[in-house]
Design a protein around this ligand. Structure first.
Ligand SMILES: Nc1ncnc2c1ncn2[C@@H]1O[C@H](COP(=O)(O)OP(=O)(O)OP(=O)(O)O)[C@@H](O)[C@H]1O
Ligand SMILES: [Mg+2]
Length: 595
């Protein structure tokens, strides 16, 4: 949850944006129709100057009021047609584009669920949040507006320039003079703006992370009176973001200055030149009017190029950020062929020569688990004991494949877990972790997430976990808990998590210190009930306290990344000094002496 890796090789804006095609494909007909309509509407706008020319050189010169009225009617109809077509375009694109955005967001969410834990360890959650919100919104805006209008304005400018050249080619060339510097500006701008846009969007992600962490950790922040430093961190980040946004604004101002000023100067020059030509009788007044009103009609298409390029650039960055997540490899499914293992099937849960190193661990650091061998026989329950930080949680996380083993293999009833589909594996193995997480749902829904169906299973699981308090909640097991519901105590949450683990009657149960938050009486009651469940379940239970250890048939001691002893609690207590030390709770002895 710390840094954000952004491996990025520079890609051109267009190439990046082309990656959106699969999402845009389903709505392409509407999008193209809308673009065509916009081009049509825009070109209708260019007919208006021609009508003006006809009016100036015809009815106005001839002082024919009827003709003028007719011209005015034409203008009105043209304006109306243009407005209607633009309105129609907007209506055409609105729905399909919100559909595209929703699809992309759903895909991102689905992908995030399938990405391995290692990915989530590495990425700050705020970065993921900002990609699912801000970036996707930028993309929808891009598809709705700049994508169409870069095309529409391009065509409009082209048609307009042709019309002007046909009216009077010398004046047309004058208007064209700024084209070259404007183009150069655009290219330079694109590069610089791209960098700034990326920076700003990453900073939005960092800011989101700070907000998210301070909301989740509000108790710690208040408890330690850290709100000032937290506020300072937020201010610093938002100050940085503001700086980047100002930099973007300055870039945009610079390009707008050039894009707006140069053509304006050219129009002024053309006006002077044209007026001289009209005075000399070389040009009709109507032609000059048509010419200038065409030039003025092109002002918006030209002026808007800066904005459109900026928005496209932001969209390209958003696309890049979106696909950085989408390109991350999801968890692999079954890797080897299921039929390959012959020989006698060995039951139970077996760790064979397991070596594990976290993917983000520094090169050359010793592995957390080093050639661990452990066999839990069918129906047996084995307690795993070890000093804090010895790798117990890590070992348990390998069974449901939250992390992949670096070397060795884990088998369930003789089958390599990598030969099973995730669904099969996770339906056979149930887990409860140290941190009991409840979702914003009812108590019943939270428990039944672990499998099982209906009231009966639910009641049985609640009874095993000594979580009968759930029946006494305001709406019983239908009470909302989690972030949007009732807050439960640590021990209550732990018992619901335990109920979730046992509700599906799994063949294999992996419990990471499941009773740590319970008082001794509740713990004893849970143990009595668990013992009945464990009778026909193969279980691996991480334990810190003798009372939990006594639940198990045997105990294994994890030390220095290896299993250093296996036996019953009493055997180890007598024969293993480290174990005796861990279980005695006696701080006087130095662990180091025994090594
Ligand atoms: N996601 C991770 N990425 C990198 N290293 C990790 C990660 N999680 C744990 N570690 C490291 O692996 C080692 C073992 O951690 P683990 O959580 O398995 O210990 P544990 O035995 O469960 O301890 P405890 O009794 O305190 O729960 C620790 O040194 C820890 O720093
Ligand atoms: Mg642990």
């Amino acid at each position: 949850m710390s840094t954000t890796p952004s491996p990025r090789e520079p890609r051109s804006t267009v190439r990046t944006l082309l990656r959106l095609w699969p999402y845009v494909r389903p709505v392409r007909t509407r999008l193209f129709t809308a673009a065509f309509i916009a081009v049509l509407a825009s070109c209708i706008g260019l007919v208006i100057p021609l009508v003006l020319k006809w009016m100036v050189d015809g009815p106005i010169a001839d002082r024919d009021p009827a003709g003028v009225w007719l011209g005015a009617l034409y203008l009105l109809l043209l304006g109306l047609a243009e407005a209607l077509l633009f309105g129609f375009r907007r209506w055409l694109v609105a729905r399909p584009l919100s559909h595209v955005e929703a699809e992309m967001r759903a895909d991102l969410y689905r992908h995030l669920q399938r990405l391995p834990i290692a990915f989530h360890d590495r990425w700050a959650s705020g970065q993921l949040l900002s990609r699912a919100t801000t970036d996707l919104m930028l993309l929808r805006m891009f598809l709705a507006f700049p994508l169409t209008f870069l095309l529409v304005n391009g065509v409009t400018i082209l048609v307009g320039v042709i019309i002007m050249l046909v009216q009077d080619w010398t004046l047309g060339l004058v208007i064209l003079v700024p084209a070259v510097p404007v183009l150069i500006t655009c290219v330079v701008f694109e590069k610089q703006y791209s960098r700034a846009a990326r920076q700003a969007q990453d900073q939005v992600g960092d800011l989101t992370t700070v907000v998210e962490e301070s909301v989740l950790g509000i108790r710690i922040i208040k408890g330690f009176g850290r709100h000032r430093s937290q506020a300072r961190a937020f201010r610093e980040l938002s100050g940085k973001l503001r700086g980047t946004e100002l930099h973007k604004a300055r870039l945009l101002a610079a390009i707008l200055g050039i894009i707006v000023t140069l053509p304006e100067l050219a129009i002024g020059a053309a006006l002077v030149l044209g007026a001289v030509q009209v005075a000399d009788g070389e040009l009709s007044a109507g032609t000059l009017v048509a010419f200038l009103s065409t030039a003025l009609a092109l002002r918006w298409p030209v002026d808007s190029i800066g904005f459109l390029l900026a928005m496209s650039q932001e969209a390209a960055t958003a696309t890049e950020r979106y696909f950085e997540v989408m390109d991350a490899e999801p968890e692999s499914g079954a890797t080897a062929s299921p039929a390959k293992d012959g020989g006698p099937r060995e039951g139970g849960l077996r760790f064979e020569n397991i070596t594990f190193r976290y993917p983000d661990a520094p090169e050359g650091s010793p592995p957390v688990l080093d050639r661990v061998d452990l066999h839990i026989r069918p129906g047996e329950s084995l307690a795993l004991v070890g000093a804090t930080g010895s790798g117990k949680t890590t070992l348990t996380a390998l069974v449901p494949r939250l992390h992949e083993v670096t070397d060795g293999r884990i088998t369930l009833d003789g089958r390599d877990i990598r030969d099973m589909s995730r669904e099969e594996l996770r339906s056979r193995v149930a887990v409860a972790f140290e941190e009991p997480t409840l979702f914003s749902a009812t108590v019943g829904e939270n428990v039944l997430m672990g499998g099982g169906s209906g009231e009966e299973d639910l009641d049985r699981a609640l009874a095993v976990a000594q979580a009968d308090f759930a029946h006494a909640l305001p709406q019983g097991t239908a009470t909302q808990v989690g972030e949007q519901g009732l807050s439960l105590s640590g021990g209550q949450r732990q018992r619901l998590a335990l109920a979730r683990a046992v509700v599906g009657r799994p063949d294999f149960l992996v419990l990471d210190d499941p009773l740590s938050a319970l008082d001794v009486h509740t713990e004893a009651a849970v143990e009595a009930a668990l013992r009945r469940v464990l009778a026909d379940t193969t279980a691996l239970i991480v334990a810190h306290r003798p009372s939990t250890v006594l639940l198990a048939d045997r105990v294994a001691l994890l030390s220095g990344g290896r299993i250093t002893a296996v036996g019953t609690h009493h055997e180890l207590l007598r024969g293993n000094a480290e174990y005796a030390h861990l279980m005695s709770g006696d701080p006087a002895e130095e662990l180091e002496e025994q090594r």
